[in-house]
Structures are given as C-alpha cells and as structure tokens.
Design a protein around this ligand. Structure first.
Ligand code: SAM
Length: 277
C-alpha cells in the first residue's frame, strides 16, 4: 500500500482514509490517547520489548545513577529500576504525568525510584551526575541538539545514553508524514532517518553512536499483560470492547502497521560521553 493514497479530500476537507476508517488529517497526540482514553501506562514506541533491548545494550550495574528523560507516568522508569537495581530518576514537564508517576510508587517497594518535574532541555542536575541517561519517545518532540547537549552535560565521563525513537526507514513525502501524524502520532513530525539520529548524537559530542531499526508492531495481548498487569489489562480490554472510537483508532493504526512497514521503525540508539584522559 502506498500511504500517500490514504490522504484524500472528503467534502472539501483533508482526511486520512485507512482500512475503511476516516480520520481528520490533523496531528494526533498518541501519549494522551494511551494515557487518558485507553488507560495504558507504557507510552513509547515499541513498548516493553524496546525497553528490554535498551537494557541489554546499556550495561547497567546495580547502584548506577540513571536519568530517564521524559518519563511519562513512569512505568518504564519503575521497570528499569526493578530490573537493573540502579538509582533511577524520572523527569517530565507535564504535572499530570509526574502526579501519576509518584502515585504509582507511593508506599511501594520502589525506594530506588523518584520523579521530578523538569524540562528535559534544562534540568537542575549538576554536571556529570549520571552513569546512564535513557530517552524513550521524547527526542522526537524536542530541539534535538539542545537535548543531546543536556545529555552530554549530565553524563559522567564514560557514561552512556540509550534512546528509543521513531525512525523513518526511507525519507517520507509531506503526504506520508501527514498520514503517519494523523493515524499514529504527531511524533512522526520529529522522526529522523537512523543516520540522522546518529549524526545528531555525535554532533553533540557523544561518541561511538550505534543504531538498530526494529519493526513497529501493534502490541500483543501478552505484551500488554506484561506491561500493565492483570487488573489494568482487563480495564483496557473493557475500554476497547465498549468504546467504538478507541476501537476505530486502534484498528486504523494496525492497518497502517500491517500495510506500510517499509516506511517506519523504532530505532534503538546508544552513544557514550568520552572519558577524561
Ligand atoms: C511519548 S511520551 C513517553 C513517556 C515515557 N518515556 C514512556 O516510555 O512511557 C513523551 C513524554 O515526554 C514528555 N516530554 C516531552 N518533551 C519534554 C520536555 N521538553 N521536558 C520534559 N518532558 C517532556 C511528555 O510530557 C511525555 O510524558
């Protein structure tokens, strides 16, 4: 399927017609849809499998200081802390994200996780204060050179950044970009080709950048169960079954994932701050 053909005029309005569904040709805020309508708490491309891949690549050791930039409601932050035994700080500028993130760790066993409300481009942390920085579906929304300069500043010499961001597999036309932004997420406005993500990391002074592209699949029921637990999975399933708007949006997304895989992926990137000599 050529995604360009999905952008059509309907009664004088620009719309995206995908799999029998008609969506307005406007930017769609996926994180808000996932959090407020569907009720999921993992808000990044690739979900749990992408975070597991980042964990494999970042050589965490228990006790390391880790910064999760743009942590959302903090599920991936908590998972990272539990899995690695590191001291993890999640930051986000959205007060509702931070409120929910803190609520989920209140009174629980997460002594090694905390959340702070901050702009990822200008955090309050001192220079060289983290061993690892993690970024999951956040760079796309931001001034990338400024973000990577901040990453370089807060990393200790020899420290690593791991990033999971939406990645074009081939350059999109403006029409294809609009179809993606309207059907899946406005994040595609800030997506890059893998080579450009690597160039941006290295231009900021981070070294040895590596990149891998992974197919963008719709989540399976098993994956949702692992991410959300039994109670929230049942709540999510109920919402899908009873809300036609949610059902329509998810079906349109799956249709695009299935039919145009040659255009987009989520990319896993790592790079290192040079050690001092
Ligand atoms: C797509 S969500 C990803 C959330 C989280 N990383 C996860 O894996 O579930 C993007 C998050 O980045 C946050 N964000 C975007 N730009 C930011 C900025 N400049 N400063 C702080 N947070 C930001 C948003 O508020 C949102 O919670």
């Amino acid at each position: 399927m050529n995604p360009e053909s999905l952008l059509i005029e309907d009664n004088g309005k620009s719309v995206v017609k995908v799999g029998g569904f008609i969506l307005p040709a406007e930017n769609f805020n996926l994180a808000k849809f996932l959090r407020d309508d569907l009720g999921t708490t993992w808000l990044h491309a690739g979900g749990l499998p992408s975070t597991l891949r980042l964990i494999e690549k970042l050589d965490f050791e228990p006790g390391m200081r880790v910064l999760d930039l743009g942590c959302g409601v903090g599920s991936a932050t908590r998972y990272l802390a539990r899995k690695t035994g590191c001291q993890v700080v999640g930051v986000d500028f959205d007060p509702e994200m931070i409120r929910r993130a803190r609520e989920s760790t209140r009174g629980s066993a997460y002594a090694n996780v905390r959340y702070e409300r901050m702009d990822v481009l200008h955090t309050d942390f001192p220079d060289a204060s983290f061993d690892r920085v993690v970024i999951q579906s956040v760079a796309c929304f931001n001034d990338k050179p400024a973000l990577f300069r901040e990453v370089l500043r807060v990393l200790k010499p020899g420290g690593m950044v791991g990033m999971n961001e939406v990645t074009w597999l081939k350059p999109p036309t403006p029409q294809i970009e609009q179809v993606m932004c309207s059907t899946i997420c406005e994040t595609f406005r800030g997506a890059e080709l893998a080579g450009e993500w690597v160039r941006l990391l290295e231009a900021a002074g981070l070294h040895g950048a590596s990149a891998e592209a992974h197919p963008f699949n719709a989540s399976t029921a098993y994956q949702i169960l692992r991410e959300e637990g039994v109670v929230n999975t049942l709540r999510i399933m109920w919402r899908v079954l009873t809300n036609p708007e949610i059902n329509m949006r998810l079906s349109a997304m799956s249709e695009l994932f299935r039919n145009c895989p040659e255009y987009f992926s989520y990319g896993i990137y790592t790079a290192r701050k040079p050690s001092m000599r």
